[in-house]
Ligand binder design. Structure first.
Ligand SMILES: *Cc1c(COP(=O)(O)O)cnc(C)c1O
Length: 379
């Protein structure tokens, strides 16, 4: 027992990562790769509570490092909202809004492509979730007009749209839903975990009441962290202060990101703010890549032509191969890793998801050629 424990301790003192420095196509990771500035800040502010040296009681008002300017000026501008705050992640932001605007037993309406964390956050807040169905295989589209009959039937306290969803990378008509929710006077959450920090998106253009982003998913931050923007009218409800502590928000338990997640989010922000202007180039890269994979016999699911870097492919040929090779479902992962590529979930071959966001065109050409070589090796 003791020997085994010592071995475990030694491992902890020398942690290494499997897929560092490979071409990264893993959708969860491509928007969260740190900038050099963030890596520096990570070391500088790695020690516990070191961002709090000059805190006077409110994290978001710290001026050194410049948290106040970041949260109260730069973020609202970037998100197109009046008030912003920082959270531990997109899921925490969703929970905070649900918990402060709805009562247990209330209903909310969400899209059928919603992330699992939407469902879990709603459960924690005691809410009933009604889902707007998607169009099914192969595009899985959400038509926002389908919210209307459900709004009339269920009298929801909140509306949520996932933009884009994390399974197909579909971008429903968020602005049209803004008009619908305003007509019915129902607060509208735009979950932009895969949008904010990748593509240009402003809450004010969409007509939403809340916008949510994920720092480690799409804002080049170590995380876990998220951003939450809102209309001014929700501030006194969602960011209400504790009775006993006039500078501590109840829903944030006083302070949220008191360390490295925040400092890397801030250090990468100038870069992230600029990179969203190059979204057209990202989409062109994605569409090219999707076309090349379809030529090889993979079938892209989700909207076509695709408008987001997250791609989902069916791969019956890979599945067939996996049934007759020793490594089973892991053969594809191993073949890619041998070629310096990391992305599709190890063990999965029937279908896989990749993101073209972090790889440049030259690397994607190499990826396509590698896929081709793997298929012919096993044919
Ligand atoms: C990844 C993801 C989340 C969760 O983000 P966290 O910041 O890790 O909580 C929520 N919604 C969608 C659509 C996602 O893709």
């Amino acid at each position: 027992m003791k020997q085994a424990a010592n071995k475990s301790l030694r491992k902890l003192a020398n942690l290494r990562r499997q897929h560092k420095d490979l071409i990264n196509l893993m959708p969860l990771q491509t928007g969260g790769i740190l900038t050099d500035a963030a890596k520096e800040a990570l070391k500088e502010f790695g020690d516990g509570y070191s961002v709090c040296d000059f805190c006077l009681g409110s994290l978001c008002d710290i001026t050194n490092p410049p948290v106040r300017d970041f949260v109260h000026e730069l973020l609202p501008q970037f998100l197109g909202c009046e008030v912003a705050t920082i959270t531990h992640g997109a899921r925490e932001a969703k929970f905070i809004v649900m918990h402060s605007l709805a009562q247990p037993g209330n209903s909310i309406i969400v899209d059928g492509n919603r992330h699992y964390t939407t469902i879990v956050a709603a459960e924690r807040a005691g809410l009933n979730v009604v889902e707007v169905p998607h169009s099914g295989y192969p595009e899985f589209r959400i038509d926002v007009n389908d919210y209307i009959p459900l709004i009339e039937k269920h009298n929801p306290k909140l509306i949520l749209l996932t933009y884009p969803d994390g399974n197909y990378g579909n971008l429903p008509d968020a602005t049209k839903l803004g008009k619908i929710t305003q007509e019915y006077g129902i607060p509208y959450i735009l979950n932009g975990a895969y949008a904010v920090g990748r593509m240009p998106i402003k809450m004010s253009d969409v007509g939403a009441d809340f916008i949510i982003g994920s720092g480690h998913k799409s804002m080049a931050s170590a995380g876990p962290c998220g951003v939450l923007g809102m209309k001014k009218k929700w501030e006194e409800i969602v960011l209400r202060k504790a009775k006993a502590y006039s500078n501590k928000e109840v829903e944030l338990l006083g302070c949220t990101l008191r360390g490295v997640p925040l400092i890397t989010l801030m250090a990468s922000f100038p870069y992230v703010k600029e990179r969203v202007n190059h979204w057209d180039e990202q989409v062109a890269k994605t569409q090219w890549f999707s076309g090349e994979l379809e030529k090889l016999g993979f079938k892209q699911l989700g909207e076509k032509p695709h408008r987001h870097d997250l791609l989902h492919f069916e791969a019956p040929m890979l599945y067939d191969i996996s049934k007759r090779v020793r490594e089973r479902g892991y053969f594809f992962y191993k073949e890619l890793k041998d070629r310096g590529i990391w992305g599709p979930q190890p063990g999965m071959t029937k279908a896989f998801k990749v993101s073209t966001f972090a790889a440049n065109k030259e690397q994607l050409v190499f990826v396509v050629n590698s896929f081709k070589a793997i298929l012919s090796k096993y044919s």
